[in-house]
Design a protein around this ligand. Structure first.
Ligand SMILES: [Cu+2]
Length: 142
């Protein structure tokens, strides 16, 4: 019996240490908008500290599928290259750090990334969505 209690305490201690040392920042991302109308991509904070980051993405649209691509910018005012004929951002010319793809209406997704200081852009690159407003900048400080 004593052994079981000790084991239980050890597990509890290990979990506590793990959760405090990770201390990942969570950025809540809400996407919305229906086809043909204005669309949004909003963050609950626009400046965060460098380190482990979790993007918790929610698609708040009624019928429209969305996605979220995380891009590291060279400078905060870097021009975003577009493929005009496809109404999409040219991701090949950007440094993508991952994405949450095919997010159904009402669905939630998650992306984890270790971010260093700099400027980042979050966007939805489904045809026409970036141009309809689905982009947000994120600043990461030391
Ligand atoms: Cu979208």
């Amino acid at each position: 019996m004593k052994r079981i209690i000790c084991y239980g305490l050890a597990v509890f201690a290990a979990v506590s240490i793990a959760s405090t040392s990770w201390a990942a920042t969570t950025v809540k991302v809400v996407e919305g908008g229906e086809g043909g109308g204005p669309m949004t991509l909003t963050l609950d904070q626009s400046t965060i500290k460098a380190g482990e980051t979790v993007f918790a993405v929610h698609n708040d649209a009624m019928t429209e599928e969305h996605e979220m691509v995380l891009v590291k910018l060279k400078t905060s005012d870097q021009k975003i290259p577009l493929v005009k004929s496809k109404h999409r951002v040219d991701e090949k010319q950007l440094k993508s750090l991952g994405e949450v793809s095919d997010l159904k209406p009402g669905a939630d997704g998650q992306l984890k990334a270790k971010l260093s200081a700099g400027s980042y852009l979050l966007l939805c690159n489904i045809k026409g969505h970036f141009e309809s407003g689905m982009q947000a900048k994120l600043t990461v400080t030391e």
